[in-house]
Design a protein around this ligand. Sequence first.
Ligand SMILES: [Zn+2]
Length: 222
Amino acid sequence: MTTFLIAFIVPMAIGLWAQHRVKSTFARNLQVPASHGMTGAEVARRVLDANGLHEVPIEETPGQLSDHYDPKNRSVHLSPDVYHGRSISSSAVGAHEVGHALQHAKSYSFFRFRSAMFPAVAFASQIWMLFLIGGIFLQITGFVLVAVALYSVAVLFQFVTLPVEFDASKRAKQQLRDLGLVGSSEAGGVNSVLKAASWTYVAGALAAIAMLLYYLSLLSNR
Ligand SMILES: [Zn+2]
């Protein structure tokens, strides 16, 4: 019972807390207009162009906090709040997604590693559960071992995501500062939005490792 609590309930609570925090911090700073008066899409365009990435398109994507960079098509996708918003949140998130485009353009090591891992992770995430269930029902320890090994790939991916996300935020803050897009009084708001977002990735990684430890403890008990 204690291991179950540690493996599932605690990480889930941390995850929910992180989700809540990113939503509320984002919403609060969405009400704070940025002094430059530009939309998130315009900020993203400005940062991309300043770095010679004129060919990287910025597109609007539906949903909330659905912002992402697509490495396959080399394109930045911003949610409506960010794309059209002229707020601190819009600038922060727009610049963060461009941060990934900069990582891609500069062949940042963790970004490359993460992209290279992606197909294997997608495959492992789809089939590990089949091996786990099969292993438990058919009483085949080898299947459970394979499941845990496949799951480890997904856990590793969550951890490789951390430096990638932290670095994208670091690049975003630096670009906003260097291009004079954020005043000294606005830097705090930008920081809190980006920090809240990075906590969701930390929570995800913690949950993943807790689950892995749980499965390993199940295995060692057999
Ligand atoms: Zn990111």
